[in-house]
Design a protein around this ligand. Structure first.
Ligand SMILES: Nc1ncnc2c1ncn2[C@@H]1O[C@H](COP(=O)(O)OP(=O)(O)OP(=O)(O)O)[C@@H](O)[C@H]1O
Length: 315
């Protein structure tokens, strides 16, 4: 039998007065995933996280994390959840190990020697052992994020909920964070991470979902999400040796073709259709008898897709 989901959200709804911030969200995440949630500002990500981390009661719905009903058994839920809020501060007057030791003590983790061992383990998990004796305020932004992550790991949470952990990090720091999250997932922890930048999540996560206006629009692997969002928009370029007029006229009459332009030997146009219908389009061009030298396709980037989603948010 396959193991139960680490994160199981059923028909979750969050209202603020008359405003619906999360609308009937149902989502399951298997253990060991680095799972991303992406959506434009106001999509409902933080409201979802607030419910998952026991900071807020929903209007209705169920949230079960590693078999624990978060709304029924808050104490047990808090033991299995590690929450890293957006831009969590670190104190300027403590060294890294002192900061972690302080929190280990607050979590009631054993005596001084046991705390020292646990702090060392958590620093190792985020690849920061060499910064143990650094002052917190001397760290780079990426290192600071990983110290806060180490703090979040002290009580061995099985479900980690990280709000915008990569925001403002440079590519190298993002790579280090990705490495740390993948390592955690390999130990069986489940990581739920938010961002409003799709490409950031696509490189960090094993699977992800897209939210907009409180609703789940798509979930799965990057490719599945792309498909579910119906993002089959692409730009096609036909390079012809002859028959430009005839081809442009024929293409313009095809319903899935739009914004057609000519540039030298090339005809460039937008196309919204399936791979199958694109194959038929190419066959049609060849049947016209034009001399086609090359046919190229450029798909929208993930960021373009999210911009489309964000724009529909405004309407
Ligand atoms: N306490 C509140 N009272 C009223 N409305 C709220 C409250 N908190 C959030 N909202 C509204 O609910 C919607 C969802 O907000 P939420 O913070 O969950 O979205 P988000 O996806 O995390 O966005 P962001 O990326 O901007 O943080 C927004 O329109 C926000 O203005």
């Amino acid at each position: 039998m396959s193991s139960p989901p680490a994160i199981d959200i059923r028909s979750l709804r969050v209202d603020y007065g008359n405003f619906v911030a999360v609308n009937d969200l149902t989502l399951q995440v298997p253990p060991g995933e680095v799972f991303g949630i992406v959506g434009p500002n106001g999509a409902g990500k933080t409201s979802t996280f607030r419910v998952l981390t026991t900071l807020m009661e929903p209007t209705y719905g169920e949230v079960i994390l590693s078999g624990v009903d978060v709304l029924e058994d808050i104490e047990s839920a808090r033991r299995i959840i590690g929450y890293m809020p957006d831009l969590a501060p670190v104190p300027s007057d403590l060294k890294v190990w002192e900061f972690l030791d302080f929190h280990a003590n607050a979590y009631g983790i054993g005596n001084r020697a046991q705390r020292r061992d646990r702090v060392a383990e958590c620093l190792e998990e985020v690849d920061l052992t060499n910064q143990r004796d650094s002052w917190c305020n001397k760290l780079s932004r990426g290192q600071t994020q990983r110290v806060v992550l180490a703090k979040t790991l002290l009580h061995r949470p099985r479900v980690l909920i990280l709000d915008e952990p990569a925001s403002g990090l440079d590519p190298l720091a993002r790579r280090d964070l990705r490495h740390a999250l993948r390592k955690l997932a390999a130990t069986g922890a489940t990581v739920f991470v938010s961002s409003h930048i799709l490409s950031e999540l696509a490189e960090m996560c094993t699977s992800l979902c897209v939210m907009n206006r409180g609703k789940l629009l798509a979930s799965g692997t990057v490719e599945q999400v792309r498909e579910q969002l119906g993002s089959n928009e692409r730009t096609l370029t036909a390079s012809l040796l002859s028959g430009h007029e005839q081809a442009a006229e024929w293409l313009s009459a095809q319903p899935a073709v739009h914004d057609l332009q000519r540039s030298g030997q090339q005809i460039i146009f937008g196309y919204k259709g399936s791979d199958e219908s694109q194959a038929d389009l190419m066959a049609g061009l060849v049947r016209l008898g034009v001399r086609m030298r090359a046919f190229e396709e450029k798909r929208s980037s993930f960021e373009d897709i999210l911009v489309e989603v964000a724009e529909s948010n405004r309407n």
